[in-house]
Design a protein around this ligand. Structure first.
Ligand SMILES: N[C@H](CCC[C@H](N)C(=O)O)C(=O)O
Length: 281
């Protein structure tokens, strides 16, 4: 992959860190090793949770490709949809844009200054859609997590937002516990495609405090699909309303699981940090 003078924009969505690469003029298809190399702190990009490629699309305003920092290419990324949505809304002057991903098309619309709402579609709630390795009720799955104190991690919810999530209802959210449990569960055999691991504390029926150990990226300041999955999991348990503020380390996301359409809408901030050129490989 020749990286000569390929521009990027460093952005974040509620702290979720992205390097966004414009791939309209020339394809951008880094190998897993090249993605990992770009994520290395010494490369000078500042590290990232996900690397994002924005490509032309026949059926949408753009196609967004997502790589985790570990190099794995994944279906979608909620916070990146909001960031890329902002760039497209600004560039086109439209009130709404369509962004296609491997997880399917989504729409993004302006929700205020540097605020974007994305329609994340319907959550997938059957065990075969998460996916799980065996049939279970996804409102509360049975999961043995090795040496970890099971009562703290009892019958989590499992949800796909186009990517797999498991959501624990626990008051314990310190770094050691989230990192220790998350890294164990991310590759648990119950999740054949791996899983993003959410730790949700219900504050009240309209507020959730959430931390997420992300598949392929580790503990991040925010996870958009994770916030959607947490709201769906808590609402299915009757612990919250279908609309709530999800408080993540990097800010707040408003998640609304619309009853009529079944779609999950996510609203939150986007920030453009800086632009630069990718290093030549
Ligand atoms: N780590 C996720 C992709 C990024 C999701 C997250 N950054 C978001 O905002 O949804 C996965 O492997 O499915």
């Amino acid at each position: 992959m020749t990286q000569a003078a390929r521009p990027y924009i460093r952005m974040n969505g509620a702290g979720n860190a992205f390097i966004v690469v414009q791939a309209f003029e020339a394809p951008f298809h880094p190998t897993e090793a090249e993605v990992r190399a770009l994520a290395a702190p010494e490369v000078g990009l500042g590290g990232f949770d996900q690397l994002i490629g924005v490509e032309p699309s026949e059926s949408a305003d753009a196609f967004m490709r997502v790589w985790n920092a570990d190099g794995s290419m994944v279906q979608t990324c909620g916070n990146a949809l909001r960031c890329v949505g902002w760039l497209l809304l600004e560039a086109t002057g439209k009130e709404e844009v369509v962004i296609d991903t491997l997880g399917g098309p989504t729409t993004a619309r302006r929700a205020g200054d540097h605020q974007v709402t994305v329609d994340m579609g319907q959550p997938r709630l059957d065990w075969t859609e998460v996916p799980l390795a065996e049939e279970m009720d996804t409102r509360g799955i049975e999961l043995q997590v090795g040496p970890i104190d099971a009562p703290l991690l009892h019958t989590p919810g499992a949800v796909s937002m186009g990517n797999p999530h498991v959501v624990f209802f626990t008051d314990q959210q310190d770094d050691a516990f989230v990192r220790g449990s998350g890294s164990l569960i991310e590759h648990h055999p119950l999740f054949p495609e791996g899983v993003n691991v959410g730790f949700a504390r219900v504050i009240d029926r309209g507020h959730i405090r959430l931390r997420v150990w992300e598949r392929g990226a580790g503990l991040t300041l925010a996870c958009g699909t994770g916030a959607c999955a947490a709201l769906v999991a808590t609402a299915r348990r009757g612990l919250t309303e279908r609309k709530a503020t999800v408080v993540v380390d990097g800010g707040e996301l408003i998640i609304d699981w619309d009853e009529a359409s079944g779609h999950v809408f996510m609203t939150g901030p986007v920030e453009t940090e800086r632009t630069g050129l990718l290093p030549q490989s």
